[in-house]
Design a protein around this ligand. Structure first.
Ligand code: COA
Length: 260
């Protein structure tokens, strides 16, 4: 599919999804959200793809938020629909994805941009990146999962401070808060994201997918995460990769996983 707002690049088993609206600081309009749904679904289904890196085009922004220009004529029903659709089709899709998704935060990650990064499994930030949830400056609150995911990542106190003040924080502060996993020079951003993803791609794919399901369960009140862990753990024993992993260890060689 040809995209108007995304660039898709493949590097080995890594699929890059690059938000490409540089003139608008990669703000997420509805068309971009629709394309993200398509591109993510495609990457999760494609057996050639092992993992995904999401980043923003240009040096200035990862994503500077939802496209504010599209908010002007929304009423409460329109807001509900926008939020629910984005949750299901993009943000939850990423979080519950069966393949690892890394956010490479190359600049401003504000509002929906930070929410996009927080839905990813791992976040790497350039030293120059700035992050925040400034929705209250617009008379809104975060609507793409921000109130929930930020609280889980940094704790209630910091989440309240960030959301209520609408202040931006630096990459170093985000690292101290546990919001990003690593901070690197801008030039090292994509190499670092690739290094981490390549390491994950050496591991057993079905076990990686099970680990994502079990860890995600820890953040859901509606399920018992320990039961989910037992279930996913037991499923792993039925895989060829489990037999290969154990055989390789006993034979003192590197495993060759097939994802079966
Ligand atoms: N939605 C729509 N357009 C946006 C946008 C957004 N979230 N963020 C930036 N843009 C647009 C600007 O309107 C501007 O477009 P124009 O050149 O056609 O006027 C262009 O991107 C460049 O942004 P600009 O504000 O001129 O850059 P800056 O360097 O002066 O400021 C920011 C950068 C990120 C501080 C500022 O753009 C900003 O505050 N953006 C909104 C952030 C926000 O509130 N996000 C949450 C949305 S819910």
């Amino acid at each position: 599919m040809a995209y108007q707002n995304l660039l898709i690049e493949r590097k080995g088993r890594i699929q890059y999804i690059i938000i490409n609206r540089e003139a608008k600081l990669n703000a997420l309009n509805k068309a971009t959200l629709t394309e993200l749904h398509e591109a993510l679904s495609d990457a999760f289904e494609n057996i050639q793809v092992g993992g995904i890196i999401i980043t923003g085009a240009g040096p200035k922004a990862f994503v500077a938020g939802a496209d504010i220009a599209e908010f002007e004529h929304l009423d409460d029903n329109g807001g509900r629909e926008l939020s629910r659709e984005a949750h299901t089709k993009v943000f939850d899709l990423i979080e519950n994805g069966s393949k690892p998704v890394i956010a490479a935060i190359n600049g401003f990650a504000l509002g929906g941009g930070l929410e996009l990064a927080m839905a990813c499994h791992i976040r790497i930030a350039a030293q120059t990146a700035k992050m925040g949830l400034p929705e209250v400056t617009l008379g809104l609150i975060p609507g793409y999962g921000g109130t929930q995911r930020l609280t889980k990542l940094v704790g209630k106190g910091k989440a309240l401070e960030m959301i209520l003040t609408a202040d931006m924080i630096t990459a170093e502060e985000a690292h101290q808060y546990g919001l990003v996993n690593h901070v690197v020079n801008a030039e090292a951003l994509l190499p670092k994201a690739e290094e981490i993803l390549q390491k994950i791609l050496l591991r057993a794919p079905l076990a990686v997918a099970s680990a994502i399901i079990a860890i995600n369960a820890s953040a859901k009140n509606s399920v018992n995460g320990f039961e989910i862990e037992i279930s996913e753990f037991s499923k792993c024993f039925g895989t060829e990769d489990f037999k290969e992993g154990v055989a390789a260890f006993l034979q003192k060689r590197k495993p060759v996983f097939t994802g079966k």
